[in-house]
Ligand binder design. Sequence first.
Ligand SMILES: Nc1nc2c(ncn2[C@@H]2O[C@H](COP(=O)(O)OP(=O)(O)OP(=O)(O)O)[C@@H](O)[C@H]2O)c(=O)[nH]1
Ligand SMILES: [Mg+2]
Length: 326
Amino acid sequence: MIKETFVASDPKSAYEQAVKKYGDNITLISAKQITYEDGKLRSEIVVEVAKNLFIKKSFGKMPAAGAADEVKALLADKGISSEWLDGMLDAIEEASILEDKSLLVSYLIGEIDEALKVKKEDLSLPKIMMLVGPTGSGKTTTIAKLAARYAYLMEKPYKVALLNLDNYKVGAVEQLEHYADIMQIEHVSIASTDEFRKNLERFADYDIILIDTAGMSPYDTRKFIKTIGFVACGSEKQIEVSLVLAATVKYEDMEDIYKNFSFLNLDNVIVTKFDETKHFGTLLNFMLLYKLPMSYFSTGQEVPDDLMPANKEYLLEQFIGDMDEK
Ligand SMILES: Nc1nc2c(ncn2[C@@H]2O[C@H](COP(=O)(O)OP(=O)(O)OP(=O)(O)O)[C@@H](O)[C@H]2O)c(=O)[nH]1
Ligand SMILES: [Mg+2]
């Protein structure tokens, strides 16, 4: 809302001026009489009016709203939700930003930048990382990359163990085992909470335990994964749940994915398949909506090369590149 002052010889005339400009869409905030420097008594009233209406009536042919509408349409078309955009646009006070398309775009990109969160890589304390997410999103591949990174590619080697909760899928055990064998990293398949507890003890002195899970979330798997979380609560290691989400995620699936996995206390998001799309709006929208920090980006199928710590600039560059194509 914008406050505007009207001045006339008496309060009634001042109010009529406001009504003439805005119709009934005003709220009277205050009215007072003031003696001006010329010695005359005048009435000042302050009314409150919606920002869009203020711009429309004060700047004539709605140049501002025009630019704002255009920019909103552009970003919405790229996957950013209208509600989020409306909220941002409503909060802009300076008409000059609303009037200038490129200024407005950079302002909104700045807001997206500020809203995005990154979780910094921190291996200072021993921890358990569990990767969950939709089928085929890249959990197992990412586990293999992370295992290699932590065991071999950091400034010091960390002791890493792999646990596999994904016993439901044909070939799942072999896939992780294959990577583990190449990297000479301990690997165990887990089918019960009891086994999980035993292996936590077995790997008590390890720096990082990585847990792979099944993509699908049938009821039993959900329950199992949840119990695992409880069991881990009792250990001295922190359990961190990462949602593995492909950048190719479809707008319609976004909400379902969140619903399916938010029963877990999600700590961060690992974004995969950066190389498979040029459109990052839906992904950005997911981040803006659910406010989860991003931890890693996966940029291809190569283990261990195609993995990097999450980086806002990288993501926003891709997004801006996509907008420029229009
Ligand atoms: N292009 C590309 N492909 C990827 C990326 N990450 C994983 N993949 C591929 O996606 C496919 C599925 O990857 P997985 O790691 O098996 O996915 P998952 O989440 O473990 O799948 P489920 O265990 O079936 O739920 C494989 O062909 C991977 O090579 C990536 O960043 N880019
Ligand atoms: Mg898998």
